[in-house]
Write a protein that binds this ligand. Structure first.
Ligand code: IFM
Length: 421
């Protein structure tokens, strides 16, 4: 059975987007969040209008030399009312996947990328086991519709980011702030991943399934301070290793600072993935004891001396190597499922690309790279401020224009793909 790495495509050189950030006009829990004024950056509105321009975006990816395109499915478009599936929306994604396939581009489909249908939090929230069944049904229907052109699936994008922002900080929907509830939601997210993976395998036996895990480098703010060092180790253990361990062994046991014990077991997790995806962006410097937060301060700093991105993140490609080592503990082939930066002037992106690609290009454990992002898009709470695109999107006309980095990306891709032959 053909799984990952694909023998007919041993390396992936791709771009990534997510539905809500590019499609536009998608009524869901996030659009309600915006309407309630809960974001700093205003509403998403038409985003980049990819819902009607996906094929144009696919062609831009092709022009940039990509042989893979990661996009996500809007659950709210597919199931606007519980149990009521919108065949036209499924068909829209099917046509796009087919377009990519015909263009020689591997479609990589994410099912959960932060947003939910409006009924979800009231009828089957992540606090309830009903969420697991609801998500598995969505996965089943989607894999059934796309299975003839898609063989690469990522049920969950960044489950820990969603968990912490949605159920601990309450910054994103559903806006809960309860450390007590976090372990239960984590269990249900992992159960939903496993149930979705099983549903996808039923429909698409040759599917390659993975997780996209956001990994962050952590450093002590004051290297000499044992408490800062302890905090950095604890953050790494929880934020990076917890999920790796869960997929490696089917068990997890770690502390979510300051005092929440995350412990559990799911024997079906290790076999539920064929690859482990790493989303990597930056490094945080931690200081203890906390002044602003109970678990301590965390800040980005330009310690590596490469400058900060437009949204203030440190550029630190050398931190990717140890995180790849960590992710490899999952015992699966690796893919960099996201990596990129906000850089409207495209001043830092060429060097960023070269330095990050250098960190994995000769690593036999890594089988692909997806740049975040193909396009400038809606950066959640920060709205359209941060510009992550290889292609700039004019906010008035929504026209796409190649940034100079497209040529750098294409050139790096040519070399990356050539060296796998
Ligand atoms: O835009 C996000 C994406 O939705 C998830 N990973 C990080 C990106 C940049 O912040």
């Amino acid at each position: 059975m053909l799984r990952f790495p694909f023998s007919d495509r041993p390396r992936l050189w791709g771009v990534a987007v997510s539905h809500y950030q590019v499609e536009g006009d998608d009524p869901c829990d996030w659009s309600e969040w915006e309407a309630a004024g809960r974001t700093r950056g205003g509403p998403c509105g038409p985003a980049a209008d990819s819902w009607s321009r996906y094929e144009e975006d696919g062609s831009l990816a092709q022009a940039a030399g990509a042989n893979a395109f990661r996009f996500s499915i809007s659950w709210s478009r597919i199931e606007p009312r519980r149990g009521d599936y919108a065949l036209d929306a499924l068909d829209r994604y099917r046509r796009f996947a087919l377009f990519l396939k015909n263009a020689g581009i591997e479609p990589a489909v994410t099912l959960f990328h932060y947003t939910h249908p409006r009924w979800f939090h009231a009828e089957s929230p992540w606090l309830s086991p009903a969420s697991v069944d609801a998500f598995a049904r969505f996965a089943d229907v989607t894999a059934g519709a796309l299975g003839d052109s898609v063989r690469m699936f990522i049920p969950l994008n960044e489950p820990l980011v969603f968990l912490l922002a949605g159920y601990l900080d309450g910054q994103i929907p559903p806006g809960v702030t309860s450390a007590r509830l976090v372990p239960r939601v984590f269990d249900h997210l992992l159960a939903a991943h496993a149930a979705a993976a099983a549903a996808i395998r039923e429909r698409v036996p040759q599917a390659a399934i993975g997780i996209a895990h956001n990994m962050m480098a952590f450093a002590p703010e004051r290297r000499w301070n044992p408490l800062d060092r302890l905090l950095a180790r604890t953050a790494h253990r929880c934020y990076n290793r917890g999920i790796v361990e869960a997929f490696a062994t089917g068990r997890w046991n770690f502390l979510l600072p300051p005092a929440t014990r995350m412990r559990g077991r799911r024997d079906d997790l290790p076999a539920s993935i064929d690859f482990f995806g790493v989303n990597f962006y930056s490094r945080l410097h931690l200081r203890s004891p906390g002044r602003e937060r109970i678990v301590g301060d965390f800040r980005y700093r330009d310690r590596a001396g490469r400058g900060l991105t437009d949204n203030g993140w440190e550029i630190v490609p050398e931190a990717l190597t140890p995180l790849i080592d960590e992710a490899a503990q999952a015992g699966k082939p690796l893919v960099i499922t996201e990596n990129g930066l906000a850089d409207a002037d495209d001043r830092l992106r060429p060097g960023f690309l070269r330095d990050h690609v250098r960190a994995f290009a000769d690593d036999p454990r890594v089988h692909g790279y997806f740049h975040w992002s193909l396009l400038d898009n809606y950066e959640w709470l920060d709205g359209f401020g941060p510009r992550f695109g290889l292609y700039e999107v004019d906010r008035t006309t929504l026209e796409r224009r190649a940034r100079p980095s497209v040529a750098v990306f294409r050139d790096l891709g040519r070399r990356y793909l050539a060296s796998s032959r």
